[in-house]
Design a protein around this ligand. Sequence first.
Ligand code: ADP
Ligand code: MG
Length: 632
Amino acid sequence: MSLINILSPHVADLIAAGEVVERPASVVKELAENAIDAGAKNITIEISGGGMKLIRVSDDGCGMSPEDAGIAFLRHATSKLRDERGLEAIATLGFRGEALAAISSVSRIELRTRTADAAEGTRVALSAGDIEEMGPVGCPVGTTMEVRDLFYNTPARLKFMKSDRAETSACINAALRCALGHPEVSLRMIRDGEEEFFTPGDGRSESAVYSLLGRDAAKNFLSVSGSDEGVSVDGFVSAPHACRGNRAMQFFFINGRPFRSLTIQAALEQAFKNNMLVGRFPACVLYITLGFGKVDVNVHPTKSEVKFSEEKKVFDCVYYAVLSTLDAANEVKTAEISLSPSTKKVIAPKADFYKKMSAEEFRASQKASVSAPGRSAPPQQTKLNMGDVTKALFGEKKESPLPPRVEAPKITLRSPAPEYKPSPIVPRPEIPVIRETPAPAKAEEKPIIPDYRLIGEVLNTYIIVETEGSLLLIDKHAAHERIIFDRLKRDGAAMSQSLLIPVTWRPDPESLELVENNSALLEKAGFEIEPYGAREVIIRAVPSDTDGSEIAMLEDIISAISSGKAENPMEKIYHTIACKAAIKAGWKTDRRELEVLVEKVLSGEVRYCPHGRPVSVALTRAELDKFFKRIV
Ligand code: ADP
Ligand code: MG
């Protein structure tokens, strides 16, 4: 009997829908992009119930003929691409012909649309992708797409939706990105009957920024403009004093399409290096324009990730344009302080200085000016930042000495660093595994440690010790885990260690919510995590000494938190950290480290591992004698 089935088009659509339509915000994005592609000058987006109940997008674009309205919901139905040659230079936001098929397969839709030359419009009603009604209707030129009861037929997906509030804000964010990317379109966003924002659509990006991001942000923006070898960048960056605590206000557009790229983010932040406090992030709205053939938007169904054929060129263009803006801003400041215009000219380069230079010339001039007398050295870097990411990305490691190591906690080392397997995160501070924490103030008296003889270790796991009248076997991992756990509990926080290359993580929605809801706990545990887009986070720092993948550790912690009922979640977190930071069974461990563990066990400080398993087992002389039938 054959085991392989060809899935029905309906099931195939449901599977594909999962990629394009993750949540209501994806519908908002796709419908708004269709309206923009249709040449709309005015778009209204209305949502209610977090977009789960209703999303209505109306536009005054070109509309659809009755024939097109009938096939628009089929998979791979698009008016924007004819053949594979078109794929090389995509000028529209859509082209895959997937969005309407995907959305309609998981909702109830009503479409009303009319082209300018038609006397009447067309109405199409669909449920779960099937056309239920279709006929003429009176309506204005343009298109209104009404999506109701999203995911009503996919309960598994429905379960993953967050609160109405969270989905609403994701929808607003998606609409905001569209509006910000298209200042030539007037966009009105209405949430549960109330206007959320309105952009005038006068084609000026400053108007869009002002109406979308608010007066305060607009006031602190400096304008950016530069072009080089077919790449141009325009827009705004925050003045250095107005940098922010996270990257939520960084907006990048490529040919009008919002996109994410660590490289371009690095170009921005590299330009701000030395202009901004460590731990702050510039805000920006940057519009990059380059030939449609030089960017591949067909990387992901949602098209939020792009590939540049000449990434370095785009990097350079953004970097120098932002740098020249910052230099111009500094120049103004210098003038305000004391210098006459003529003096100022001599010491400060002109604002367009960098734009006229090639990247190579600029680098050379930077080197020369750094070594020139009178120019102060850049401030000492105290924390790893995106500049290093850039270097890592472009392999300029040899030019940059490794950044200073993250400061180690104040501890008394009992032994040299044990042999570590290289960790995937570079560089790790070489903090030896075992440490003695200073005794708490109240317990000044030294713990009493009975005489012992450390015989050695077997199976790279158990320590063998002879004490008065008995033989002791100690599980070194369990003992060390306990010591770390106790220390974490006593200190009430874990040391944090920055990652040289921050890691992005896309958890499932439930885990994302847990990360968001437990951010204070995770921070206390030594994690530095920031939202990155609607669905991802960036991990910038992890608890010190922990070994292995930071994502795996977070997943462990998240699942520990979610499974814990009445238990203290911080204890769960400490358990996981202690387990990851402790020496492992199977590792070779230095003798002096073993001694530390033995003494902790013999003093009675450490009895059980954090999970309640015993740390040591004692065999008395009598028990041994019994084994060998010396006594009965
Ligand atoms: P894509 O945008 O990738 O072409 P979609 O599934 O989003 O695919 O849309 C399918 C087609 O439906 C579009 O190519 C376009 O011809 C038509 N369409 C969708 N929305 C609109 C709209 N608001 N106005 C006019 N035509 C539209
Ligand atoms: Mg589309």
